[in-house]
Design a protein around this ligand. Structure first.
Ligand SMILES: [Zn+2]
Length: 375
């Protein structure tokens, strides 16, 4: 925990020194208030190397690194600027850079990093640059990276466990361009509902085990749990107080392919030091893992991501979902910095950013076996 004199703003964390399997590293990110303003403290632990508690001035609260704000076709900035911003911000986190490089040396591709970020700073850890100026890559491409919410701490004392979800696919697809996802769902033999509330009813009725629950719809982000909604109808507050019996009994990967669906909030109305969001609510309801977006994803890129994910999960049915997500990021990673004034290079970065905007919450070794398709 933070040394005396610091006040942690987030929920209490479990002990990072507790035993966990070789090759799984845990990084705790904790908001603190000092005389020098708000910082994030870091502490990391792996079988082979420790990152001692660190909170230097370079870890002051960043004002502009949230990828959901940077990459937004109406309110964002040039993707080239966002790229340079995230890379240059990462490079000053010397202790973290050193620790992560050690872990890569010790574990190579076998490294699984679990990030437990209880701040509300919106740091996109998947887009943390690791390496030297011309020699490096983004953390989400180099490492099997999963996020962890307070919910999971209570329910899953052993993050190294592995389970495989297999069974049916159920889905809700909203209208418009998202209807293109129906072809993928048909190929998976999915049951598709006509409303999001109907999907939640299906998840609450007893039924066969699930491999995946898929939703494609619009998402509206607010930092109030009543106003943070999917499809204009289902809020975080709704999901926070719901039981989903079939999901609880049959696990399954939940993928909410909607803008902002992977973000977490602290609701000031409650002021109860509790991180909330769709990821938290659905993991608590029984999902094995949760995939959501950290910002606004372009329509075509969202359709493409679903196809990529299904293809990866099918090609290695027993491989961890988190590895499939890492491999998709690898395929779209860009490691050559654009020039800040190059508009063409900036546009070309969008598939990279949209791919890295998908975050995975859950345990690093859980797998999902999808039904065999028609093709
Ligand atoms: Zn280790």
């Amino acid at each position: 925990m933070p040394p005396e004199g610091f006040v942690g703003l987030g929920p209490t964390l479990v002990d990072a020194d507790a035993a966990h399997p070789a090759g799984i590293a845990i990084l705790d990110v904790i908001a603190i208030q000092t005389e020098d303003g708000q910082h994030f403290g870091l502490r990391g632990n792996c079988c082979c190397s420790t990152l001692p508690w660190t909170a230097p001035p370079q870890q002051r609260r960043p004002n502009k690194v949230n990828v959901g704000d940077l990459i937004d076709k109406d309110r964002g900035e040039s993707p080239a600027h966002a790229y340079l911003r995230l890379k240059n911000w990462s490079r000053t986190k010397k202790e973290l850079q050193r620790w992560l490089r050690d872990l890569r040396t010790n574990h190579g591709d076998g490294l699984a990093l679990i990030v437990r970020d209880t701040t509300d700073y919106g740091i996109p850890w998947e887009l943390f640059w690791l390496g030297e100026d011309d020699d490096g890559d983004w953390l989400g491409s180099l490492v099997t990276l999963t996020r962890w919410v307070a919910t999971c701490h209570d329910q899953e004392p052993s993050p190294g466990g592995a389970a495989t979800a297999s069974g049916e696919v159920v889905a809700y697809i909203a209208g418009g361009a998202m209807q293109a996802d129906l072809a993928v769902m048909e190929d998976l033999g999915a049951s598709v509902t006509t409303t999001l509330w109907e999907l939640l009813e299906v998840l609450d009725e007893p039924g066969p085990p699930l491999s995946m629950v898929y939703t494609a719809c619009h998402g509206t982000f607010r930092d109030k749990s009543i106003e943070f909604v999917l499809d204009d109808t289902v809020s975080v507050a709704d999901l926070d107080s719901i039981g989903l019996k079939r999901l609880a009994a049959g696990g399954g990967l939940v993928f909410v392919n909607a803008c902002h669906s992977g973000r977490l909030i602290y609701d000031d109305d409650y002021n109860d030091a509790t991180q909330r969001g769709f990821a938290d609510a659905l993991l608590r309801a029984g999902a094995h893992g949760f995939i959501g977006a950290l910002g606004r994803v372009g329509e075509g890129q969202a359709r493409r991501y679903l196809r990529d994910l299904v293809e990866r999960l099918r090609s290695r049915p027993l491989a961890p979902v988190a590895e499939a997500i890492r491999d998709i990021r690898r395929a779209y990673s860009v490691t050559t910095a654009p020039r800040s004034n190059d508009a063409d290079a900036a546009r070309a970065l969008l598939p990279f950013f949209y791919t890295f905007m998908y975050a995975y919450y859950g345990r690093p070794y859980d797998a999902t076996t999808l039904p065999v398709g028609k093709q």
